[in-house]
Design a binder for this molecule. Structure first.
Ligand code: GTP
Ligand code: MG
Length: 200
């Protein structure tokens, strides 16, 4: 049953990561519960939305699935600017994709919203035989950089919903404490502000 304390939160979320890491596949799994073996490489970016309910909130994710191809790199700021959350995806069988993930984290740390909730997703966890990125390395890196880390598989659905739930739980909640000083928090209309400060 919905309580009055339950909040509706809209959250812009961006997926970043190397070509073929599985960004689109994770989104397709999360939004539609599907997986395709031959997912086409994303051109530009694609938009999706999906809602998840956690304990105290219903979070509507507005998801930007970006293209990993280098020629689209310059578009990325349009998608991560103002984002409340990011999932940085690499492929556990591809060390270069882990290096690329670290570069994305650096870029977000330099240019992104400082309060952004960041997840590091080591995708294709079903392909353990081909693993080249050790989970310990990813875990250590994530801890040192303030991300949370999960290994996912878009193919088997392992940990896919979990990444989004964990983000939903970590998003800042709207301030609900009553305003103690009685200050007016809503901006005054322009005309009263003008009349108070007007001069000659
Ligand atoms: P770009 O759009 O080019 O940046 O790539 P992307 O990160 O969106 O990767 P995409 O989702 O297109 O996946 C690339 C390939 O990896 C596809 O053939 C997928 O089927 C496959 N793939 C994605 N996730 C998984 C996974 O968890 N396990 C396995 N085995 N294959 C996966
Ligand atoms: Mg894609």
């Amino acid at each position: 049953m919905a309580s009055s304390a339950n909040q509706n939160i809209n959250a812009k979320l961006v997926l970043l990561g190397d070509v073929g890491a599985g960004k689109s596949s994770l989104v397709l799994r999360f939004v539609k519960g599907q997986f395709v073996e031959f997912q086409e490489s994303t051109i530009g970016a694609a938009f999706f939305s999906q809602t998840v309910a956690v304990d105290d909130a219903t979070v509507k994710f507005e998801i930007w699935d970006t293209a990993g191809q280098e020629r689209y790199h310059s578009l990325a700021p349009m998608y991560y600017r103002g984002a409340a959350a990011a999932i940085i995806v690499y492929d556990i069988t591809n060390q270069a994709s882990f290096d690329r993930a670290k570069k994305w984290v650096k870029e977000l740390q330099a240019q992104g919203n400082p309060n952004m909730v960041m997840a590091l997703a080591g995708n294709k966890s079903d392909m353990v035989d081909g693993r080249t990125v050790a989970p310990e390395d990813a875990q250590t890196y994530a801890q040192e950089n303030g991300l949370f880390y999960l290994e996912t598989s878009a193919k088997t659905a392992t940990n896919v919903n979990e990444v989004f739930y964990e983000i939903a739980k970590r998003l800042p909640r709207l301030q609900q404490t009553p305003n103690p000083s009685g200050m007016v928090l809503v901006d005054r209309p322009a005309e009263s502000a003008n009349s108070a400060s007007c001069c000659s």
